[in-house]
Design a protein around this ligand. Structure first.
Ligand SMILES: [Fe+2]
Length: 260
């Protein structure tokens, strides 16, 4: 599996404080069947560090895993908060925020409580540069979780969606997750791991749940094939993963008419 959202890079934000904890997290990921990870430190107002600092820690960690024999392929990206003031700093150098600096994909995070008025502007800022935004864990924003139709609006702007592995294991969230999956709006599942215990880099249990409820190819698409496009910077074609059945479609049409 390929984990596209992971905070195992030490000494920067609310991820691990030291390299030893980073190594423990990466070993957990490896044991869980993860082969590639995009390390995604936060770009957010509350975390103040230099990008040079990130690159340095990334290269130290890459060398260290070779030395201790953890066989994982590491990539570098960021989890970028949708914050106009913050993004001004990067307007001449937006590629630096993209996965592996390839200028293809960027992970964007909504604030937890609100939907900023200028969110479209920020998304278009990236899409007009041919960079595809991946909106991370949309359900962490309360307004989005209580109104999943908002995802349609976002989808029309050309974004993709990453959901957290936790969403699949939480019985209060899972039914809503399924609704979104059936609308073909779940593109990736990732760990968003921050530590060895509270949110560890584990994907296998969520993979198995999806495999059991749907088919193996659905799980493979979300945990392996789609993520592989991101690390390679390849074009993403949004395939229909779950075909809704005829009766569900008819019900949908009547529901829409009622709403109109
Ligand atoms: Fe995150």
């Amino acid at each position: 599996m390929i984990d596209i959202h992971n905070h195992s890079l030490f000494g920067l934000d609310d991820g691990p404080k030291d390299i030893e904890t980073s190594l423990m997290m990466l070993q957990i990921a490896k044991n869980d069947g993860i082969n590639e990870i995009i390390l995604t430190p936060h770009i957010a107002e509350e975390f103040k560090y230099d990008i040079e600092n990130v690159k340095e820690n990334f290269s130290i960690l890459k060398d260290k895993i070779k030395e201790v024999g953890i066989d994982l392929k590491l990539h570098l990206g960021f989890e970028v908060r949708i914050d106009k003031e913050l993004l001004k700093k990067y307007e001449d150098n937006v590629e630096i925020l993209t996965v592996n600096g390839m200028g293809k994909y960027v992970l964007l995070e909504f604030p937890f409580l609100d939907i900023p008025l200028y969110y479209k502007e920020i998304i278009k800022y990236f899409t007009s540069a041919d960079i595809t935004p991946i909106i991370v864990h949309p359900f962490r924003n309360r307004k989005i979780f209580s109104n999943i139709n908002f995802l349609d609006e976002l989808s029309d702007l050309g974004v993709l969606f990453q959901f957290n592995a936790d969403d699949i294991l939480n019985k209060n969230i899972f039914p809503t997750f399924i609704k979104v999956l059936k609308k073909n709006q779940v593109n990736f599942v990732a760990s968003d791991a921050h530590s060895i215990d509270l949110r560890p880099p584990i994907l296998s249990s969520s993979f198995k749940n999806i495999e059991k409820k749907f088919k193996e190819n659905v799980a493979k698409q979300l945990f392996i094939e789609n993520p592989s496009k991101v690390v390679k910077g390849e074009f993403f074609e949004n395939k229909v993963l779950i075909k809704s059945n005829f009766f569900a479609k008819i019900k949908d049409i009547f529901k829409k008419e009622e709403e109109d």
